[in-house]
Design a protein around this ligand. Structure first.
Ligand SMILES: C[S@@+](CC[C@H](N)C(=O)[O-])C[C@H]1O[C@@H](n2cnc3c(N)ncnc32)[C@H](O)[C@@H]1O
Length: 282
């Protein structure tokens, strides 16, 4: 066994023992799972933080395949816990840092849209709405633009800021699952599908593939774990930074759902992570 695996096995064992010895603390950590990564964890002392780290490690890896605890905790975080500062920062870096590396991918998407009967562009996890507003100003004018995000508070701000875009506060999975309108481009940017479990992601791809077969999926800069071998490792893994979001093998999962890859590029994102951009059609 290599040393990384051995270290992970020891962490799993210690995490399991701690969950058995400390059920109340474990429950508290489950209820606020995402917060430690964002600097607001349950553990306050050095030892408390170490215990929390081990329990989180165990909870995340034992829940990876089922994904219900992880998915719920990420959703709770983005729906309720995030402070406005995160979106203020994302807004501030949009023009200088976020947009320039996106330009070739947006151009590729635009070329593809021109050859289709696309009517709607829908951004899943639109956050501050800056990308959607940019696309509205630069892409084909006949499109309707919709932004979806879990954060009610942020969607209210976006509605005031960009009155010509329809912003909806909802879980994109539920919204898309109930929608049958075809000819839609679904986009994400900066890490959104990383918060969907593999089961939810595959269900979403299948739903779009079967109910909206002339639609396009365009994912910009989704994070991938540094050691995720996209040629061989089809199943999803967890990112390594302690957030415990998902590193999905987007090309293989899209192909498995019946999509054809039209554009694929891996980059080192300015924020320091391995980022995948992929555009796929049925
Ligand atoms: C890392 S942020 C990226 C925000 C934005 N795309 C950007 O690049 O700044 C992830 C965003 O996805 C949203 N999100 C996560 N899961 C979602 C879901 N199931 N439905 C709708 N929005 C979701 C979060 O609320 C958050 O705004």
């Amino acid at each position: 066994m290599d040393s990384r695996r051995l270290k992970a096995s020891i962490k799993m064992m210690l995490g399991l023992i701690l969950t058995k010895l400390m059920p109340a603390t474990t429950q508290k950590i489950k209820d606020s799972f995402a917060l430690q990564y964002w600097g607001k964890g349950v553990g306050k002392s050095k030892i408390g933080k170490r215990i929390e780290t081990l329990i989180r490690f165990y909870l995340a890896h034992s829940n990876k395949n089922k994904g219900d605890i992880l998915e719920k905790s990420h959703k709770d975080f983005w729906r309720n816990e995030i402070d406005a500062e995160w979106y203020q920062k994302s807004e501030a870096r949009f023009h200088d840092a976020t947009l320039p590396p996106l330009a070739p991918h947006i151009a590729a998407l635009n070329r593809l849209i021109k050859d289709t009967k696309t009517r709607t562009l829908c951004e899943i996890g639109t956050g501050d709405g800056m990308l959607l507003s940019h696309l509205k100003n630069t892409l084909a004018s006949h499109l309707t633009f919709i932004g979806l995000d879990l954060s009610e508070q942020r969607m209210a701000l976006n509605r005031n800021q960009f009155s010509d875009i329809n912003f909806l506060a909802c879980d994109a999975f539920d919204w898309i699952s109930q929608r049958s309108e075809d000819h839609t481009v679904y986009i994400t940017n900066g890490g959104v599908m990383e918060y969907f479990s593999q089961a939810s992601l595959e269900a979403l791809f299948k739903q779009i593939r079967t109910e909206q077969p002339h639609s396009i999926i365009s994912l910009f800069h989704e994070p991938i774990a540094p050691d995720h071998d996209l040629n061989h490792d089809v199943e999803s893994r967890l990112t390594l930074g302690g957030e415990f979001s998902y590193s999905h093998n987007y090309p293989k999962l899209l192909e498995r759902a019946g999509f054809t890859i039209q554009h694929l590029e891996e980059e080192s994102h300015p924020a320091g992570y391995r980022a995948l951009t992929i555009i796929a059609t049925v």
